[in-house]
Design a protein around this ligand. Structure first.
Ligand SMILES: Cc1ncc(COP(=O)(O)O)c(C=O)c1O
Length: 472
């Protein structure tokens, strides 16, 4: 029988067959269920990068054939990414950064806040869409519902309470903890009605749902969007900040040096226009080309194919996890919550530390997940029902370096190449773990990290060396 598009993508996923050692002896193909952290890349993207690297030279500086091709490829990548986001060719700029974190920091630096400006965000944000704002404005947080989705009533109430002061609303497209997708266009309409602009942290949504920034005059327009290549099948170091040129143009660029100027004398500097003035130094040309190739590939595969496959896989995983005694899923679908979620599932195994479960999944079944607080500490605290007092206690521990006993949960997250066999590997092993059928583990008293009792730690140097071959 002919393979489906998704099956073909799985076979073209780089590293899909990498063998991981098992505690019982032997190996098994590693099951990557931490795509919310980073996705692997896909063979067609690597091929595009290999093809481009033949032309690699610096861009916008050198002369000659290769530089012309490389400069064109870089600018064409920018245009492809703009189209991927539905950015406006006139009103918006697309700045190549390193990742979402840099994009959000840069937006926070450039945005023209007033001394009493308020940023309205939510309790479900990754730290990258929280901490940069704390430096620049008063930050107000809309709450979340019990199952982790955004509390729309609280969002609207906060917008009313701080009306006239909210300069910027900034929300994640989808939660990196509970997978809930936010109604970003509805939020944009509310923000604009209140006289604010809106920024979207698209790190989690970009690989799973189409993004449309919409026309500048549309009340549901997204004013700024940030995302990362390494979460979108292009782990080559580039990220993106796209959005309103007129708001990203203070007197000076955020970083200064080569590339951001048209002329420098000892007395004066003529700054370049956007996006160049925000891309100081030599840009990540290869990363941008890879990201554009990934964007084009996702569009070619088709969002219907991607969402249908990932939704089906998420439903299957939720159903299987829900049947394992002792496993608690956070943010399980509830009829009163918004229907849409991506394949990001937070869970715990009652009575077992998240680090022990993570180690048992890795060592006994070659399954990789994420443990801990997922750089979204307030969100996980809220899901765990840990109030201010418990948080204060945890802060006390952390500030003394005692991180072993911090609260935390586990997270499984899917990419378009995962299939039911991956979910089965996770759930079959969790069934055994929840029955207590797992090896014994030692744990680091400082960090809580676990490894099989009496065994040496994994030595990565046995598997990978940085030494290139010498040309024969
Ligand atoms: C929702 C969200 N925002 C921002 C980030 C930060 O992305 P990066 O590490 O690429 O800067 C992440 C990373 O996990 C994320 O999940």
């Amino acid at each position: 029988m002919a393979l489906t598009t998704m099956e073909r993508l799985r076979s073209e996923t780089v590293g899909i067959d990498v063998q991981a050692p098992l505690l019982s002896g032997g190996t098994r193909a590693f099951v990557n269920l931490d795509n919310a952290s980073s996705t692997p890349t896909l063979r067609p993207i690597v091929e595009k990068v290999d093809e481009f690297i033949e032309y690699y030279t610096n861009v916008g500086r050198s002369t000659g054939f290769k530089s012309e091709v490389a400069t064109w490829a870089y600018e064409e990548s920018r245009s492809a990414i703009a189209r991927f986001l539905g950015a406006d060719p006139v009103a918006d700029t697309v700045i190549v950064t390193r990742n979402t974190t840099e994009s959000m920091n840069r937006l926070a630096t450039l945005f023209p806040f007033k001394p009493d400006s308020v940023v309205l965000t939510t309790l479900m944000e990754h730290h990258s869409n929280d901490l940069p704002w704390r430096r620049r404005a008063r930050v107000v947080y809309a709450g979340i519902n019990l199952e982790g989705s955004l509390d729309m009533d609280d969002f609207a109430a906060k917008l009313r309470e701080y009306r006239g002061k909210v300069a910027l609303v900034t929300v994640t497209g989808a939660s990196n903890v509970s997978g809930w997708v936010n109604p970003i266009h509805q939020l944009a309409r509310l923000a604009h009605e209140a006289g604010a602009l809106i920024a979207i942290d698209a790190a989690q949504i970009a690989p799973h749902r189409p993004i449309d920034m919409k026309k500048p005059e549309d009340p549901e327009r997204l004013d700024f969007v940030a995302f990362s290549g390494h979460k979108t099948y292009a782990p080559y170091g580039a990220g993106i900040l796209a959005g309103r040129k007129d708001m990203l143009h203070p007197a000076e660029p955020s970083l200064v040096g080569g590339g951001v100027v048209d002329l420098v004398t000892l007395d004066s500097i003529v700054w370049r226009g956007l996006p160049g003035r925000e891309e100081a130094g030599t840009p990540d040309v290869v990363g941008a080309v890879a990201l554009a190739a990934a964007a084009k590939l996702l569009e070619k595969v088709g969002w219907d194919n991607i969402t249908r496959h990932e939704d089906e896989l998420t439903a299957y995983a939720l159903e299987r996890l829900g049947r394992i005694p002792g496993v608690r899923v956070f943010g399980e679908a509830k009829s009163d919550g918004p229907g849409d979620r991506i394949g990001v599932i937070a869970f715990e195994v009652k009575g077992k530390s998240n680090q022990l479960v993570g180690a048992a999944l890795a060592c006994e079944a070659a399954v990789g997940v994420r443990c801990g607080l997922f750089c979204a500490h307030p969100h996980v605290f809220a899901l765990l029902g840990l109030g201010r007092e418990a948080q204060k206690h945890a802060c006390g521990d952390a500030s003394c370096g005692r991180i072993a006993d911090l609260p935390g949960v586990l997270r499984a997250s899917f990419g378009l190449y995962n299939d039911r066999s991956d979910v089965d590997a996770l759930c079959d092993t969790l069934e055994a773990i929840s029955r207590g059928e797992h090896a014994e583990y030692d744990s680091d008293p400082k960090t809580g990290e676990c490894w099989p009792k009496g065994r040496p730690r994994l030595n990565p140097a046995d598997y990978f060396s940085l030494m290139p071959r010498l040309p024969a």
